[in-house]
Structures are given as C-alpha cells and as structure tokens.
Design a binder for this molecule. Structure first.
Ligand code: GDP
Ligand code: GDP
Length: 444
C-alpha cells in the first residue's frame, strides 16, 4: 500500500487547485483530452522516486443530494470530512489562505490535525510572490507546525513545495514503490450499496479455495485484505472490512465510505459493482458508474439476487440494466445469485479478461495501419473550415489502453469523431470489456 497524504483545510483556501498542481506531472498524458472535468478527489502522485496517494477533501461531497440532512451545519460537515481524511491518512498537508490570514476555523482544524499525532506540513496558499511571503506566513507560525508559503494558482514556490512534500513522504519510512503486479496476483474491489450481496458473493467465490492470509494492512486503517489461491493463482479482495462495515453505517457517513470504496478501486486491478436486481440502479449506483467511467476504471456490473425475480422477468431486467449503462456500453454485465451459487463462477474469469485487456500493448506499426484503415472508412468532419489531419498514433504507458493521436490541431477533433476512433480501435484490437482512453495531441 502506498502512503496516503490528505489535503485538509477549510473551503476556498485552494485545496483543489493545489491538488491538481501536485498531481499534474503524473497525469500529464490526459492534459489535452477534450471535455475532461478535473474534479478528482483522489490521485496518485509521483515525485521523483517517491509515489503516494493524494486525497483532496474539498470535492468530497459525492452524495450531498441524497442526504439533505447534511446541510445541518456546514462547518461540522467540513470537520467530518477532515476527520475521516485525517484518520486514514499517513500524513497531512494542512492548507490555509495566506491572503485572508488565520481564521477561527483554521485554528480549530489545526487542533484536530495536531491531535491526530500524524506528521503535518502547513501550506500557506495564495502567497503569490516572494514579496508577500514573509507577511503572509507570519501569523501561521503560531500554530506551532512547519509552515511553507506557496501559490497553487501562480506557481510561486511550487517547485520547492513539491520537493518538501517528497521529503516529507519519504520520511514516513513507508514503501513508496508498488509491488510487482504478477507477484501479488489479481486485486479486486467490491462496490455497491449495503445489502446488495457483496459479502455473500465474496464468501461464495472463496468457498473452499485456500485462504492464504487475512491480514490487517497498515496501522492507521482497519482495512482487511483477503487473499486466496485458486489453481496456483493469487487473488485478493481489497478492504473487506469496508465491505462489511458499510452495511450498518449511518446514512450521513455513507458518502465517506463511497470515497473509501473508490480509493480501494484505485488500488485494484478490477472493480466489481454489485447491484441488487430487485432494487435496480439507484442514484448512488449511477454516480458510481459515472465516476468509474470517467476515471477509466476497469469494472463489471453484477446484478445479484436473481433468484428473487421470476425467470420470465430476467431478460427484461437485464435489458433495463443495459439501458442504464448506455454511457459505457463496453462494461460487462452479469447476473448472479449468491444464495443459489448461480453465475458466481463467471466473476473471476471475467476479471481476468479485464486485466488481460488492460495489459494489451500494441506496436506502432499495427496501430498506424489501423489508423489508416479507420480514416479511410470515415474522414474526420471539417471544423471551423479546417479538417483535422492525423499524423500517427502511439500507445502510452498507462494502466488502461491509452492511444495518443498526433494531429495538426487537437481542438479540431470533435467528440463524436473521438468516440468513432475509440470504437473502431476497440473492434480492430479486440478490446471488448476494458476502458480505452483516446488522447489528441497537436504536433507540427
Ligand atoms: P478549495 O475549496 O480549498 O478546494 O479551494 P479551490 O482550489 O477551489 O480555490 C478557491 C479559490 O481560490 C479559487 O477561486 C482559486 O482560483 C483561488 N486560488 C487557489 N489558489 C490560489 C493562489 O495561489 N492564489 C490566488 N490568488 N488564488 C488562488
Ligand atoms: P453486503 O452488505 O453487500 O455485503 O450484502 P450481504 O452479502 O451481507 O447480503 C445482504 C443480505 O442479502 C443477506 O441477508 C444475504 O443473505 C442476502 N443475499 C445476498 N445475496 C443474495 C442472493 O443472491 N439472493 C437472495 N435471495 N439473497 C441474497
């Protein structure tokens, strides 16, 4: 497991801006993607030889609409998020606003952070130049924590702060490099509403297979990874403690566990979204699906409790699910009954297929022949009286198949044509179930 670093602070101090800044280098490849919203809440950072997970607590209100009682007290809510983030983080970047100066909320939050006993750095943001640095940071020294000025928006001192953060993470003494994927086997995360049947499915899958370890990973999180072996291969369900506990958490904590689940799915190869077939796709499921699609997460949808609907209804039920999934038609959809043991046997082979497709690496020759063929079939439409011209395509080194198209002007590539390219490449390269990313770059 990589170290987790949380960005904590009151709203509007610039956490999200800083988050994107710190992440930028590691995600440079998606920079030119048209129409991508960058409201990430969680991302992997690479600074030199150091890798860690960065969590932004600013954009965490994933379930706000579903839980109106949250509006009770905004400040309480911020603290609730901060508390959860602090609990599961190994280190904290506490962000304050150097322009506005110290607020009572900052002091309270700092008290929280201090009590956690975890390493903390204070980043005094919106210090936009060297001239105002001393003045902007002065009063924050009273917090008794190491203080660094920075400007997320304008880049002042950013390079130094990156280096400080790198040292800060390194000093945690944790493993900051990931294990070899073949050694550790396939990692799976279960997502879905409480009572959908996630635990039952895990129990069914593991069944009589050999359970190797059931260890508590890390000291700050009570996450239990369950590893088992089947036909000489290893599989791990990530954070099964989270799977179980979600069944009885309070409604207002639900969104936080969603975030935890989403983070788990980042640590896994394949995510399994379990839906109770008798309840259909709920609002939270829909958001999860949108999020997983946007994040290019390899996943499958499992419609469980099929034994509870009449056999004559199953076809229609599946069609209804397909319709809900139309934004991502490639996602595999299966029907199971954990109680009766039906369909459960398909889950692991499907997960294997997803991983195999994600690991596909295709040579430039094959890709460019495919491009020529696809262009011949359908020319890109003219935009602003200019037609995009494609030069060549390569595959980028990313966790899911990512094709980078070099062209005269990437702003001329329409969304519909991007979808056409993606679909044609899927067909020609045999990528049926995994996410595919297409990126356009201007080159001259
Ligand atoms: P969050 O709520 O803590 O995530 O804050 P945001 O990242 O959304 O930023 C809040 C506002 O502060 C936005 O309008 C940003 O453009 C602005 N902001 C962020 N960083 C800086 C900075 O370094 N300097 C200045 N002047 N404004 C900034
Ligand atoms: P989780 O909260 O998602 O882990 O759900 P559980 O695995 O704890 O299951 C919740 C309830 O649904 C339990 O009472 C299970 O026995 C029941 N359940 C799970 N899978 C099925 C199924 O396929 N059919 C039926 N009829 N009940 C199921």
């Amino acid at each position: 497991m990589l170290p987790i670093v949380a960005l904590v602070g009151r709203p509007n101090v610039g956490k999200s801006t800083l988050f994107n800044r710190l992440l930028r280098k590691s995600r440079a490849i998606t920079h030119d993607l048209p129409g991508v919203t960058r409201d990430r809440i969680y991302g992997e950072c690479q600074m030199g030889d150091v890798k860690f997970d960065l969590v932004d607590t600013g954009g965490m209100v994933l379930e706000s609409e579903a839980t109106p009682e949250l509006s009770k007290d905004f400040e309480d809510e911020i603290f609730e998020q901060a508390r959860e983030a602090i609990n599961e983080a190994h280190a904290i970047l506490f962000v304050v606003d150097g322009k506005q100066g110290m607020s009572p909320l900052d002091e309270q939050a700092a008290e929280f952070v201090r009590r956690s006993g975890k390493p903390v750095m204070v980043l005094v943001n919106k210090v936009d130049s060297h001239e105002v640095a001393a003045q902007g940071t002065a009063e924050f020294h009273a917090l008794g924590l190491p203080v660094f000025p920075v400007s997320a928006a304008h880049g002042y001192n950013l390079h130094e702060v990156r280096e400080k953060v790198r040292r800060f993470v390194l000093d945690l003494g944790m493993d900051t490099d990931e294990e070899d994927t073949t050694e550790r086997g396939l990692r799976l995360t279960m997502l879905g509403r409480p009572n959908a049947g996630k635990s039952s499915i895990i129990n069914r899958i593991i069944g009589t297979d050999r359970l190797i370890v059931s260890d508590v990973a890390g000291t700050t999180r009570d996450s239990i990874d369950v590893t088992f072996e089947r036909q000489g291969k290893r599989y791990t369900f990530v954070d099964t403690a989270g799977v179980r506990r979600r069944a009885n958490i309070q409604e207002h904590l639900e969104k936080i566990s969603v975030i935890r689940a989403l983070k788990n799915s980042k640590r896994s190869d394949v995510t399994i979204l379990v839906i109770d077939i008798t309840l259909g796709v709920g609002r939270q499921d829909k958001r999860l699906i949108e999020f997983l699609a946007k994040e290019k997460t390899p996943f499958m949808v499992v419609c469980n409790k099929a034994d509870l609907i009449p056999r004559s209804e199953t076809k229609r039920a599946l069609e209804a699910f397909r319709e809900e999934l139309r934004i991502i038609p490639y996602v595999p959809l299966i029907m199971t009954s954990a109680n009766k043991g039906v369909g459960i046997g398909k889950i692991i082979p499907l997960a294997e297929t997803l991983r195999r497709e994600c690991e596909i690496r295709i040579g430039t020759g094959v890709l460019n022949r495919a491009l020529a063929q696809v262009l011949e079939k359908l020319q890109p439409p003219v935009v602003k009286r200019r037609r995009p011209k494609f030069f060549y395509v390569t595959q980028a080194d990313e966790p899911v198949p990512t094709f980078v198209f070099f062209c005269n002007d990437h702003t001329l590539v329409k969304e519909s044509y991007a979808r056409y390219l993606e679909n044609q490449f899927r067909k020609l390269l045999g990528i049926n179930s995994a996410p595919v990313d297409v990126v356009f770059r201007s080159s001259h």
